[in-house]
Design a protein around this ligand. Structure first.
Ligand SMILES: O=c1ccn([C@@H]2O[C@H](COP(=O)(O)O)[C@@H](O)[C@H]2O)c(=O)[nH]1
Length: 238
């Protein structure tokens, strides 16, 4: 994985996905399949995207007892996805089990999917985390704690806001992958996201990958929006 812009395919079915993807012609993309799409289409959407040559992040955010997550991961590894994730809040035993399941399910000679942990959702503010989730620490400390636990559990990286990336690089190192949603151009609507940065700022803060949904999928010209955001992310003048 270089430094991809991952497009969140938050669509209700494969019909909308296919219409959207035709705008990109033969371009090979890095896409994210989340709950909305996967719960409707199941594994067939993964096979179809992989067949077209796209890289796939399956964003199901597993969070259950270790045995259940491990068994689920065994099956997920067989789908051939490039990235899968869990909630770090499930704890270290659950994350260890996720890795064991992925290793057990990966075909011999193939690379297991990268496994990353959600630290705190980018829609969560520190106040909500304190008052509702009942974690009485700072958001930055909590993200660092969850990320350190994920690293010790053998995971490859985390999902967090770009705002937290410099501290993670400083404490955990550059090799631990940071996948960062909550990306908006200055003119975009923020919507339900709370910890938001521009693609350029994400690059400057050291994010390894950005995840962009509505700023591309709901744009009047999705291809143009993709190129504009990608240029901002890569630091290329267009
Ligand atoms: O902390 C998280 C974890 C996952 N997401 C997902 O990323 C995209 C963001 O979509 P936008 O339309 O660009 O807001 C979406 O699929 C979320 O489920 C996240 O936003 N934050």
């Amino acid at each position: 994985m270089q430094r991809p812009l991952i497009i969140a395919l938050d669509f209700p079915s494969s019909v909308e996905v296919n219409t959207f993807l035709t705008k990109f012609e033969e371009e090979k993309l890095f896409v994210k399949v989340g709950m909305e799409l996967f719960y409707q289409e199941g594994p067939s959407i993964i096979y179809s995207l992989k067949e077209k040559g796209h890289s796939v992040f399956l964003d199901l955010k597993l969070h259950d007892i270790p045995n259940t997550v491990g068994s689920a991961m065994k099956g997920i590894a067989r789908l051939g996805v490039d990235i899968i994730n869990v909630h770090a809040a499930g704890g270290s035993a659950m994350m260890n089990s996720a890795i064991e399941g992925l290793e057990a399910g990966t075909h011999a000679g193939q690379k297991r999917p990268m496994c990353i942990a959600v630290t705190q959702l980018t829609s969560t503010t520190e106040q909500v985390m304190n008052d509702e989730i009942w974690i009485s620490k700072s958001l930055d400390d909590t993200v660092l704690h969850y990320a350190s636990m994920a690293k010790r559990s053998g995971l490859d990286g985390v999902v967090c806001s770009s705002l937290e990336v410099p501290r993670l690089i400083e404490n955990i190192g550059e090799d631990f992958v940071t996948v960062t949603p909550g990306i908006r151009l200055a003119t975009d609507e923020v919507g339900d996201q709370a910890r938001v940065v521009t693609p350029e700022k994400a690059r400057l803060l050291g994010s390894r990958a950005i995840v962009v949904g509505r700023s591309i999928t709901k744009a009047e010209q999705p291809l143009e929006a993709y190129h504009r955001i990608n240029a901002d992310w890569e630091g290329v003048t267009v």
